[in-house]
Structure formats: structure tokens, C-alpha cells
Write a protein that binds this ligand. Structure first.
Ligand code: PLP
Length: 389
């Protein structure tokens, strides 16, 4: 049978994830040091795992409310109030999802009519463009530049807005660059969104992982006129080291949550109850563990930035997340060539910048959520590799 005839056009149109392609190459090889996978190297703190185990022991194995456990929604509302300084009513403005991944998909499907445009900054997380396409939207990438710390400048956003623009998608701190946005830039972006009456999808999954004490995380939802047009996405995967629990949430005005809920109730029903119970424990008692993990990432970021610059690869100091994005252009290799040769010759896996969009060409994503000894070895090997070029 010719299955190409059977697959929906919008699915056939999206590429496979560049990260997945790269890691299929790595799989099965012995002794690889990986700076590739974007997930914490920490195991979920024990008290959170214990809460999950205890919930199973008590026989909590049912569906929950479609929106999520009321106790968890209340805890999310309190946490978001404290951390982001925006209030959402747990009764109708918070939706618990299967990771931020599901929340992105729901939000785009809830907002977009076919052919409407979503503007996002690139390099960006691999799922954005495919998720827009699968929601029948048009993906419009705005390139960010190393010179601007890979942050989105309001002027660049303004130039990309057309009458068909419906949504602006933001992700600060950013995967893959670790970029953060200044208050001034966020203010400029917010003004444009109000002026053009745009909705904003703000993926703030790395917001706890900010390293400059003088520049705490600020959500776009806090700017004038923005709460009513922002869908704030957050989750437990990164800060709480809970990727496998698959838990995230969306906070937004009630009609938007209601629209997302309509899809969620038929596709997912609810997020798993065991994960929801663990997440409640994370919010109630997990903040000390988050600070400890963040401090450890901070040290590793400083180490990596120093080593990469010392070996001649220009690397800006990212303000957040757990990635660095060194410039490899002066080696004369493309991102793909650099990553492949580094893997072949030294057994170090890092992701070519092009996996995160065209504008990632000339860069490499290194994730530093990896043990210190491995990071050191990876840097020694990369230095030897660069030295031979
Ligand atoms: N958003 C960004 C920017 C990410 O980097 C990731 C995962 O790497 C996700 C969303 C997906 O998160 P989750 O595990 O909550 O689905």
C-alpha cells in the first residue's frame, strides 16, 4: 500500500525533529558524553517521588477533574501569584496538562483559524513550528542575533506583524540559547501586542532557572493590558526535575481556558493523577530543592562559558535555562559538520544549532545539565577537537 497517500498533508509537511535525528545516531554507541538531551541530570527529589508512591499506595488510580485536581490548581494559583505576580482563579483560569507540550498544542488549536500567522523568535524549541502547522496556522520565524544575546527585539517583532498575525509566541529563558529578555524589550513587545490586539503564548518553563540575582524573571503577563491576552505556560519538567511525570499547566482568562479544555477533555481527559499528586508536593515543599539544583546549574554554566571562550569558540553568557550556544563559525564548519565530527572523533554529542531553525546555523547547543566530571571531560575533548581544525 502507498501509505504516503494515507498520511494527512499537514503531518507529511512537518519535518522530523533534528534532535531526534541526531540522537538516533548517538544511540547504541558506547562511551559517548552527551551534552545533548535537554533534561535535568538530577533525579526528582525524593519527597516528590514519595508523594507519588504514597498516592498509589492509597489507591489513587482514578481520573481527576478534566481541569486537574482542585488542590493542585489552588497550589498552582498560589505559586503563580508568588512567583510571577499574576493572579489566576483556580476554579476556571488554570488547566493542568500533560506537560507544557500538551498546553502548547491546546493553546494553538484553541486560538488559530486556518492560515492565521503565529510569530515566534528563532532559534527556538523544536516543537513550535510543527505545532503551529498541525494547528493549521502559518509559522513566522523572527531571527534573533548573538549580538542581542538572542533576545527578541520589539523592532524585529514589529516588522513581522501582518494583518494575518494572531498570536505571538515567546519563550524566555529560551531553549536553545538560554536568552532572557530585558524589562524594556518585554515592555516594547507588550505594547505591540496590545496595539495589534494579539494573543501571546508565553512558554516560561525555564523561569526558575535564572542566574542573575539582579534580574529576576518577569512574565509578559504582568505588563499593562497583557494579562487578558496572555496564556502563561509553565510546568514541572525542568525546575523540579520531573520530565518523566509529564506535567504542566496553562493559566489564562476563563474563556481561553474553557476553549483549551474543550480539546483536552476529548483528547486527554486529564493529566495522570499520580503525577498531579507529585506536583502538589513539589509546589508545597520543593522550593529548597529547586534552589539547590539552580545553584549547581549556575556553576556549570560559568564553567562551560569560560572553557568554550578559552578554546576560541565565542560564547555569550546566557541568563537562564541550562544551555549554552557557542558560535562555531570561525572553524569553517557548518553546525551539522561540527556536531558530526565532534561525535565521530571525540565521542561528544551536542546538538547542531540548525535543529532549532535556520538561524541556528553556525552555532551548537550544549546542555550543561550533566555531571561536572563529564562536563570537564567533554570540554577537554572539544578543545582537542577544535585545536586540530
Ligand atoms: N518548552 C520548552 C521551551 C522546552 O524546552 C521543553 C522541553 O524541552 C518543553 C516546552 C516541553 O516541556 P514538557 O516536558 O513540560 O512537555
Amino acid at each position: 500500500m502507498d501509505y504516503s497517500e494515507k498520511i494527512a498533508r499537514q503531518v507529511a509537511a512537518i519535518p522530523r525533529s533534528g534532535i531526534r535525528d541526531f540522537f538516533e545516531l548517538v544511540q547504541g554507541r558506547e562511551g559517548i558524553i552527551s551534552l545533548g538531551v535537554g533534561e535535568p541530570d538530577f533525579v526528582t527529589p525524593w519527597h516528590i517521588r514519595e508523594a507519588a508512591i504514597y498516592s498509589l499506595e492509597k489507591g489513587q488510580t482514578s481520573y481527576t477533574s478534566n481541569l486537574g485536581l482542585p488542590s493542585l490548581r489552588r497550589a498552582i494559583s498560589r505559586y503563580v501569584d508568588d512567583f510571577f505576580d499574576v493572579h489566576y482563579d483556580p476554579a476556571g483560569e488554570v488547566l493542568v496538562t500533560v506537560g507544557v507540550s500538551e498546553a502548547i498544542d491546546l493553546a494553538l488549536r484553541a486560538l488559530l483559524n486556518p492560515g492565521e500567522e503565529v510569530v515566534y523568535h528563532e532559534p527556538c524549541y523544536v516543537s513550535y513550528s510543527p505545532s503551529i502547522v498541525m494547528a493549521y496556522g502559518e509559522a513566522v520565524a523572527v531571527e534573533t542575533r548573538k549580538e542581542d544575546g538572542f533576545s527578541l527585539k520589539p523592532e524585529a517583532l514589529a516588522a513581522a506583524i501582518t494583518p494575518k498575525t494572531r498570536v505571538v509566541m515567546l519563550n524566555f529563558p529560551t531553549n536553545p540559547t538560554g536568552a532572557t529578555a530585558s524589562k524594556e524589550d518585554l515592555e516594547g513587545i507588550a505594547k505591540l501586542c496590545v496595539e495589534h490586539d494579539l494573543m501571546v503564548l508565553s512558554d516560561e518553563i525555564y523561569s526558575e532557572l535564572r542566574y542573575d540575582e539582579n534580574e529576576p524573571h518577569v512574565s509578559i503577563a504582568t505588563f499593562p493590558g497583557m494579562r487578558e491576552r496572555t496564556i502563561l505556560l509553565h510546568g514541572f519538567s525542568k525546575a523540579f526535575a520531573m520530565t518523566g511525570f509529564r506535567l504542566g499547566y496553562a493559566c489564562a482568562p476563563q474563556p481561553i481556558i474553557e476553549a483549551m479544555m474543550k480539546i483536552h477533555q476529548y483528547s486527554m481527559l486529564c493529566a495522570p493523577i499520580t503525577s498531579q499528586t507529585a506536583a502538589l508536593e513539589a509546589l508545597e515543599n520543593g522550593s529548597a530543592a529547586v534552589v539547590k539544583m539552580r545553584d549547581s546549574y549556575h556553576q556549570r554554566r560559568d564553567f562551560l562559558v569560560k572553557r568554550l571562550n578559552a578554546m576560541g569558540l565565542d560564547c555569550h553568557t546566557p541568563g537562564g535555562a541550562f544551555y549554552v550556544f557557542p558560535d562555531i563559525r570561525k572553524t569553517g564548519l557548518t553546525s551539522q559538520q561540527f556536531a558530526m565530527q565532534l561525535l565521530e572523533e571525540e565521542g561528544v554529542a551536542a546538538v547542531p544549532g540548525t535543529a532549532f531553525g535556520k538561524s541556528g546555523e553556525g552555532f551548537l547547543r550544549c546542555c550543561y545539565a550533566t555531571g561536572f566530571d563529564e562536563l570537564k571531560l567533554a570540554m577537554d575533548k572539544m578543545e582537542a577537537f577544535v585545536g586540530r581544525l
